[in-house]
Structure formats: C-alpha cells, structure tokens
Design a protein around this ligand. Structure first.
Ligand SMILES: [Zn+2]
Ligand SMILES: [Zn+2]
Length: 148
C-alpha cells in the first residue's frame, strides 16, 4: 500500500518534472533537441525526432532506481522507478499516439478530459518562436480548455 503511494507520487511528480524541463530546458538551452518536434522540415520526415532522446533521458534514472531497488531489496525504489516508467508510457500514449498520431492508431475523442488535453497541447504547438509557446505540461492544463 505504501509502495502504491510512492508510485503515484512519482507519477505526479513526473508531470511537474515534464512541465519544468519542457519549459526551462527543452524551450531553453536544449531547444536544439526539441525544435524538430515543433518545426517540421523535409529533412526530418524520418520515424524518429531528436526530441525522442528525452524519453531515454527519463528512462535511465527509472531503470537505475528499479535495478538498485531489486539489488538492495528496497521496494520503494522499485515503486518510484515504476511510477516514472508509467508516466513515460502515459506520455508516449497520449502525446505521441493520441495527439501526434505517430503510430497507425487513429483515436478521435471529441469530449471530456482527453479532448481538452489535446486542445491544450495543440495550443502549445501554435507558438511560432522559441518563447511564445504556452502549456508546457501535458496532463495538467488550464481549465479553460474544457470550454473552448
Ligand atoms: Zn515544446
Ligand atoms: Zn507535441
């Protein structure tokens, strides 16, 4: 039970980490890696984006935590690692599959939380230069997107 709390806390904390790093790092000094997610050119019609490197960056600490948890039998480390990993899966399913259609799955959701989430992320993509973007989070976004 306590490990479930660790798992959920890690998951929620990752939304904060994702928001923070998206706003201050990816749209900051690592813009060179995130740029191809926003600006499509003919050269980058490959399956992967440089932006995908960020999944690896988050996967590494999660793997280290899980491995360390198993080696030292600290279940809470495994729970935290699992929370980070679950967030990664949720982020990929929502951001890359539902919003950006990177897998041949076409889910259309026109009302409720996920429809509002898609609109909020599309608002992020409506920015034109490195600074005028909005909504850096994914799962948590301003309530106005439920109405618009
Ligand atoms: Zn962005
Ligand atoms: Zn996006």
């Amino acid at each position: 039970m306590r490990n479930l709390v660790f798992l959920l806390a890690a998951f929620l904390f990752m939304e904060f980490v994702a928001w923070f790093s998206h706003k201050y790092i990816m749209h900051g000094f690592l813009w060179s890696l995130h740029k191809d997610h926003h600006i499509k050119t003919n050269q980058n019609d490959s399956l992967f984006e440089k932006n995908d490197l960020f999944f690896l960056i988050y996967a590494i600490p999660a793997m280290i935590l899980i491995i360390a948890g198993f080696i030292n039998s600290y279940p809470y480390l495994i729970a935290i690692g699992a929370g980070i990993t679950l967030y990664g899966f949720a982020y990929f399913s929502i951001h890359d599959v539902l919003i950006h259609h990177r897998l041949p799955v076409n889910l259309i959701i026109n009302k409720g939380y996920f429809a509002a989430l898609v609109k909020a992320h599309q608002a992020h993509h409506s920015g034109k230069n490195i600074r005028d973007f909005k909504n850096y989070g994914l799962l948590i976004f301003p309530r106005r997107f439920f109405k618009e």
